[in-house]
Design a protein around this ligand. Structure first.
Ligand SMILES: Nc1ncnc2c1ncn2[C@@H]1O[C@H](COP(=O)(O)OP(=O)(O)OP(=O)(O)O)[C@@H](O)[C@H]1O
Length: 363
């Protein structure tokens, strides 16, 4: 379990630059076995937050507890020992080029003083686990990006950690390798009972693997929770990023956006509007995604009928558990969408479409 309580990290002013409050009073709890995401715009404090969890950065104030141990109470030696319970995977793999795949995985075991026979056994087991049982002798330069990240994951698991921190672990990978690495992370989470904290700017990654997520903005948590709750929460800026909504530009008529879920699926929504209430309904746009293993989607519907029947329709859908909003072509994106985006890196997937959240979301 990971527990952050009111954690702040202030980088002091240096060489004429002002001090930076990178993390500003974050409290966060990730349960044992949970796969949690941290998202937010560039500079919002995601990487700093990850580094606070294993005390690569010491918080300026606040407490960090991992697997029941209050890391912020430990001295430097204690922190070094406790850090073994936290594995870390980075965007650019951070492998030693001079060592083979096996040598890289063996490295933390050497540092921990594990005997040679045990090291060999463990390295073989780990490389098998990540699907590289036949690449022991390959050097990083001979491996693809996805394979390098698999070696890095094996290395992070060498000391049998309880927690795995992944900082943009798939951001340098092509889509196929990304899928393979995410599948592997889910697999090791389940097989080894790990708790995973995954930092990413890619909403598709959160949708694919996370059970929960928090949205950071300027060092603060501005939204978060289990994804199934977030996606049905009115006004949720995190839901707005997670589920692409169809743009309203160019659409005409009375427009409504409906969030569909497994308990209020699109078929039922359309039947209610067209069948029960006899409205003319046109699907203008929309998408349905699998998020946290369940189906969620947002539809933009153009509905024609008199005002009374339209109001009745909105009530009927809300009573049936759907999140419904009226949409208008003048919808403005909320302020958090206007912040500067990170510069795209090579091989990054194109930015996800963004959901334009209307201010009148109601159940
Ligand atoms: N060692 C440091 N010294 C001074 N400022 C720092 C340091 N590390 C990070 N910062 C600042 O703290 C803020 C948060 O940075 P951080 O890297 O945690 O953000 P991020 O959300 O991970 O950004 P990105 O998505 O671009 O990687 C930024 O303003 C950054 O410039």
């Amino acid at each position: 379990m990971i527990e952050l309580s009111d954690v702040r990290k202030v980088f002091p002013a240096r060489r004429g630059a002002a001090e930076v409050v990178a993390v500003d009073g974050v409290s966060l709890s990730v349960a044992d076995g949970e796969f949690a995401g941290v998202v937010g715009p560039s500079g919002s404090g995601k990487s700093t937050l990850a580094r606070l969890v294993n005390l690569l950065e010491r918080p300026t104030s606040g407490g960090v507890t991992v697997d029941g141990q209050v890391l912020t109470d430990l001295d430097a030696d204690g922190v070094r020992r406790a850090r073994r319970t936290v594995g870390m995977v980075f965007q650019h793999f951070n492998l030693l080029d001079s060592r083979t795949a096996a040598g890289n995985v063996e490295h933390p075991l050497e540092l921990a003083g594990v005997g040679k026979a045990e090291r060999r056994r463990r390295v073989a087991e780990l490389l098998d686990l990540v699907g590289l049982g036949d690449r022991h002798a390959s050097r990083p330069a001979q491996l693809s990006g996805g394979q390098k990240q698999r070696v890095a994951i094996a290395r992070a698991l060498a000391a049998r950690p309880k927690v795995l921190l992944c900082d943009e672990a798939t951001s340098a990978l092509d889509p196929t390798s990304t899928t393979g690495v995410l599948d592997l992370l889910r697999q090791v989470r389940t097989e080894l009972g790990l708790t995973v904290l995954l930092i990413t700017h890619e909403m598709a990654v959160v949708r694919a693997v996370c059970d929960s997520a928090v949205l950071l903005d300027r060092g603060r948590v501005v939204d978060g929770g289990p994804l199934s709750e977030v996606l049905t929460r009115p006004h949720s800026p995190l839901a707005a990023q997670l589920l692409p909504a169809p743009p309203v530009a160019g659409a005409t008529g009375d427009l409504i956006r409906v969030t569909v879920t497994e308990s209020a699926p699109e078929g039922r929504v359309l039947r209610t509007l067209a069948g029960d209430l006899g409205l003319d309904v046109e699907v203008v746009g929309g998408s349905v995604e699998t998020v946290a293993g369940r189906r969620f989607g947002r539809l933009l519907l153009s509905v024609t009928g008199d005002d009374g029947r339209l109001d009745a329709a909105l009530h009927r859908l809300r009573d049936g558990g759907s999140l419904v909003e009226r949409a208008a072509s003048g919808d403005e994106p909320p302020p958090w969408q206007e912040q500067e985006e990170p510069a795209p890196e090579p091989n990054r997937e194109p930015d996800e479409p963004r959901f334009l959240d209307a201010p009148d979301v109601q159940r």
